[in-house]
Design a protein around this ligand. Sequence first.
Ligand SMILES: Cc1cc2nc3c(=O)[nH]c(=O)nc-3n(C[C@H](O)[C@H](O)[C@H](O)COP(=O)(O)OP(=O)(O)OC[C@H]3O[C@@H](n4cnc5c(N)ncnc54)[C@H](O)[C@@H]3O)c2cc1C
Length: 252
Amino acid sequence: MPQVKPSVKLLEYTPNPERTIALAAKLCYSDATIENLQQGLDKSDITKFIERLRSFGHASPFEHASFTFGIEGVSRSLLAQITRHRIASFSVKSQRYVAANKNDGTFNYVIPEAIEAMGKEAVEKFEKQMATMHEWYTEWQTALGGACEKSNEDARFVLPNAAETKMIVTMNARSLMNFFNLRCCNRAQWEIREVAWQMLELVLEVAPAIFGKCGPSCVSGACTEGKMTCGKPLEMREKQKALLERIANKKE
Ligand SMILES: Cc1cc2nc3c(=O)[nH]c(=O)nc-3n(C[C@H](O)[C@H](O)[C@H](O)COP(=O)(O)OP(=O)(O)OC[C@H]3O[C@@H](n4cnc5c(N)ncnc54)[C@H](O)[C@@H]3O)c2cc1C
């Protein structure tokens, strides 16, 4: 089955991310030694400091905690969008060193949900189009000298945006907040939105004090999309609330 679906894993993150950010915040407003600052920082202080930072708009302490995700089952179309986020680090599967064809002679791709929703006939049409592009790819690969870096790099020009890719992405908490703001929003394209919500769920499990109010702008204030608003702030707040509840239930 050459079709794939977005899947995100939280691979690594700064140990004690909430404590690290709260410590950085506390240091800004205190004359105490770092050792003393570390000692007098209990759970309620941590939550309080993070909340105060947020209310001041003092965002730089949030840069001290980083989160690394493994993202697969996504399209090259998603890649073009996610890599626009400059305050992040990316490692992406190469289309030069890794040939697109799998052992069974097909290649992986993402089918848009809207096309799936149109039914069997539409899906078959899409699959046929993908198969044609795969034929073109193999044709050029062979003509250019067979599966190797040199031929892959040119044969890939006939692959579609739907072609599957995978990546490892690292962002700090400040950059993630901006990412969630833009990409959990209904205005964002469906695939990156799906990935953003999966990422939000993963970081909420390990750092709820940092990310508890994250999501599209409308979950914690007014919509920032102006005339382009989807007009569904209540629905988005419900969605974020349901996510928080699901995570709280998991922990019980
Ligand atoms: C719904 C939607 C539609 C979009 N449509 C398009 C489109 O049609 N065409 C298109 O090209 N892009 C489009 N984008 C991409 C968008 O313009 C941004 O490039 C992308 O969302 C990354 O956001 P960012 O710059 O805030 O993130 P980052 O690059 O991670 O930057 C984070 C923050 O750092 C600051 N910053 C970073 N670099 C600079 C800099 N050079 N100068 C000043 N401040 C900086 C800014 O405050 C920025 O918000 C779209 C995005 C969304 C969500």
